[in-house]
Design a protein around this ligand. Sequence first.
Ligand SMILES: Nc1nc2c(c(=O)[nH]1)N[C@H]1C(S)=C(S)[C@@H](COP(=O)(O)OP(=O)(O)OC[C@H]3O[C@@H](n4cnc5c(=O)[nH]c(N)nc54)[C@H](O)[C@@H]3O)O[C@H]1N2
Ligand SMILES: Nc1nc2c(c(=O)[nH]1)N[C@H]1C(S)=C(S)[C@@H](COP(=O)(O)OP(=O)(O)OC[C@H]3O[C@@H](n4cnc5c(=O)[nH]c(N)nc54)[C@H](O)[C@@H]3O)O[C@H]1N2
Ligand code: SF4
Ligand SMILES: [Mo]
Length: 777
Amino acid sequence: MSLLKTKVTRRKFLGATSGAVAATLVASNFGVLKSVSASEEKSKSSKGRKFVPSTCAICVNKCGFIAEVNNGVIRKINPNPRYFKSRSMICARGNAGAKAPYDPDRLKKPLIRVGKRGEGKWKEVSWEEAYDYIVDNVVKLVKKYQNRSTIAFASTEGFQEEYFIDLANIIGTANTVRHPTLCLASNIQGYSSVFGTFPDADILNAEFVVISGSNRAEAIVTPDTIDMAKKHRDQTLVYIDPRATKTTALADKWYPIKPGTDLALVLAVIYVIINENLYDKEFVEKYTYGFDKLVEHVNKNQYTPEWAEKETEISAKEIYWLAREFAKHAPKSVWYPGRRSSFYTNDVYYRRACAILNAICGAWDKPGGLVPKSKIPLRKYEIEFPIFDWTRERIDAGKVPFLGDVLPEHDKTDAGLPTDSCQYLSEKDGSWIIFREAILKGVPYPVKGLFVYKQNPVESVPNRKKTLQMLEQMEFICTIDVAMSDTAWYSDVVLPESTYLERWDPVHSLNGIVPIAVMRQPVIEPLFDTKPMFEIMCNLAHRFMEREDFWEDTSEEDLEMFKETCLKRLTKNPVKDFAKYQVSQYPGAFEKLLKDGVFYLSDKPKYGKTLKDGFRFKTRTGKIEIYNVKYEEKGLYPLPVYSRHEDPKPGQFRFVVGRHGQFTHASTQNNPWLLEAYGDKENAVWINSKVAARMGIKAGDKVKVKSPVGEQIVKALPTEYIRPDVVFYVHGFGRLSKGLSHIYRVGASDAEIIKDYVDPISGNAAMHETFVTIEKI
Ligand SMILES: Nc1nc2c(c(=O)[nH]1)N[C@H]1C(S)=C(S)[C@@H](COP(=O)(O)OP(=O)(O)OC[C@H]3O[C@@H](n4cnc5c(=O)[nH]c(N)nc54)[C@H](O)[C@@H]3O)O[C@H]1N2
Ligand SMILES: Nc1nc2c(c(=O)[nH]1)N[C@H]1C(S)=C(S)[C@@H](COP(=O)(O)OP(=O)(O)OC[C@H]3O[C@@H](n4cnc5c(=O)[nH]c(N)nc54)[C@H](O)[C@@H]3O)O[C@H]1N2
Ligand code: SF4
Ligand SMILES: [Mo]
């Protein structure tokens, strides 16, 4: 579902604004919000044993589960056998989610800060007091700066995120910043620039799979992780990673590539496939644009395996093998798109090259190749938010005078990257790095208020000090979370959301090769004084309506429309009713969701929609763009051009990040079951054993990891499973919030040492560009 629920279709009624108008509206609208899911559910009996299907929210996969509840207490979370997206399985984190509602560290009541920011002195308040505090502060700031965009909204995907974005629209700010630019924005951009869309990989049916820059065994993405783990006899898995991860254990071959050189490898594979005539001529002819230019490009630059061997440290012989096997198995071969691509400043070019490789082999929209995602269409409410005079354009849009400050030296020239703006900034996602930089520099205007929902930028945005500085300069911060995250810790007001096991969440289509629809129903009654985001948004919406002085810069017509659509249609309907409405075009779907926890139109994949005559890809030419026309217009390289990254200097290491099977980002480390399963109470830095021996570093020694932006003390983990020029440690430790009792100041934070570089094409953070030194202490 689109986050910005509506495109504003009406022109603003200029000059029709007045306080009196607002007052009339308010009078007819006060009705205290009908209490939603919580009280409705409370009336249900909690006696006896029951099994409730719902959807996991511990990570992005949203697996189906069945919770076993005994006398109102969750006993266990089991996989849902009907949920084929995760092949009827559930991971350790999903299982340990049963602990979330009972976590002594969870937020239990709204809190208002009474001490200094970050001092940890809080006053427990009622929801009414919290709402008053929020509304007063927002109104004050908007008026002080005569700018609604002075209030920013930061969030991560989740089934109630759209209500948070509704709140942003009600307040009238343009500044929303979301998680994709910490995660997969360059991946989406790279693939879309070729196919007009970001596809899935049909791992189940593929014969030849190359995974490079993703760790599917530990970074769980369903169904890919399970299909990869259970790979059939006829499937070859090649894994490319500077570390040997658990995916290495499942692979037929592992290449410990020199980091930052993947593009050279793919270009050489393309070179071989072209020059040995192994590509799919018919497919290229019929569906693609610019193949001749690609041929010229790889030949002119001599992207040969021998050249790539020097760049990647993978032998030319292996590269020839890789190319020939890839082409031989096509269309049942995939160069796996992965997910997180917040690696390097030129990541988009690498992702483009991967897409192009699949395209020239015809491994597109057929079994075993890349396949465009399908979805289950759902009904939605159209909400007309008011248009305000005091809304200003996003702070990260257009030309930014400081882009050079977030680009590495070597990328400022000649790398085919924009140097004055972020080219493909998505309006609803923003660009976290540029967004924060603009706030710190105060250009083009001050941003002094911040709402944060289900995100923890203190740990998830590189360069923690800068994020803390950004928070420091805010005059008002409200965080809505289930735990006292580090960001909540530095906030002024903290609102406790009910956990995913205690609330209704609307229906979402999980788009994919076989799309399904899922929702959430409460497994238990909400514990403590918590509320879902929906209710928080509704209550604040009504509170804002009561403030006549908040609507001076909009028109009567706009407010009237808003009253009808948002205040009546949306906020008077509990989420459960909305969910029913969303699937009302499919008879029996809602009942299925309640009973089975999942709804789908078919359990069979459909291939070939984009290969039918007359289909237009969403690109400028309507074809698969090997050569991208828009890029050319924008002064970007229309074909992927390799540029060499700087090497670490003697004594330096490249720092890379990655996931751990037991942890979701910086979220689940404080779950005692998962911490125990991790096997240690803190993280440790992986360092190549030979290098460690040379430096006199033994397992368990404390070392200082130092980068240009910060330093951390952490235990050493010498291992042969990592290249000598790279170091790594697990994300999510070394935390600043005392509200996370198991991990407060335990181990090391990677956000503290990663430098904040940006990929200026997509706006994605570039997290693998940082060099560190290691010193035994
Ligand atoms: N358990 C668990 N599963 C998750 C998540 C989670 O937090 N926990 N999060 C979900 C989310 S939001 C995401 S985005 C995905 C992320 O899943 P993935 O996209 O698989 O990302 P990472 O785990 O970050 O894996 C990146 C891998 O790339 C390697 N690498 C580093 N530099 C290079 C390089 O230059 N070249 C190559 N070839 N490899 C390199 C790293 O060593 C690391 O193993 O996982 C999802 N699944
Ligand atoms: N250094 C470093 N930075 C990274 C990464 C990395 O590997 N290393 N990975 C990057 C990637 S791929 C991603 S996707 C991002 C993710 O980064 P974030 O989006 O910030 O995700 P988390 O760190 O999981 O923080 C999620 C927050 O949501 C809260 N939460 C959980 N459930 C709920 C709920 O139901 N309601 C509410 N209101 N809050 C809830 C948690 O308590 C936590 O505070 O981080 C990126 N940043
Ligand atoms: S992969 Fe694990 S944590 Fe993620 S949604 Fe599925 S069960 Fe939950
Ligand atoms: Mo991510």
